[in-house]
Design a protein around this ligand. Structure first.
Ligand code: HEC
Length: 103
């Protein structure tokens, strides 16, 4: 009985973890955004020093952040953004994308 319960719990935890990885967790993304990105992208990702991110499709945000992480030159101010992206984990990229795309 107890064993079954533990098995069931592990399965749901794994399911939760994989869902988060695939779709991103907008709540975790919001937290990370407020702490790390608002200074340059504005408190609602409306754009300031950096471009507007609000409303961009999550897939686009993930693609752009992945390019910065890989060290690719994107715009004229890539040197400002690249270290930011390089400090993010894969999960954080997806969480941030889920958050800003919903703004
Ligand atoms: C020090 C200021 C600064 C911080 C902090 C910063 N960014 Fe940026 N970001 C920029 C600038 C400047 C650009 C444009 C860079 C270029 O010319 O390639 C940019 C570009 C981007 C782009 C590409 C936008 C587009 O449409 O091309 C994304 C996505 C992005 N930032 C996400 C983030 C996220 C998420 C965070 C927080 C983890 C963050 N940025 C933190 C300055 C910043």
């Amino acid at each position: 009985m107890k064993k079954n319960l533990i098995a069931l719990l592990s399965i749901s935890l794994i399911a939760m973890a994989t869902t988060t990885m695939a779709a991103g967790d907008p709540i975790a993304g919001k937290y990370k955004f407020k702490v790390t990105c608002v200074g340059c992208h504005g408190s609602n990702a409306e754009g300031m020093v950096g471009p507007k991110l609000a409303g961009q499709p999550a897939k686009e945000i993930v693609r752009k952040l992945t390019e910065y992480r890989a060290g690719k030159q994107r715009g004229p101010m890539t040197s400002m953004m690249a270290p930011m992206a390089q400090g993010l984990t894969e999960t954080e990229v997806h969480n941030l994308a889920a958050y800003v795309s919903g703004l």
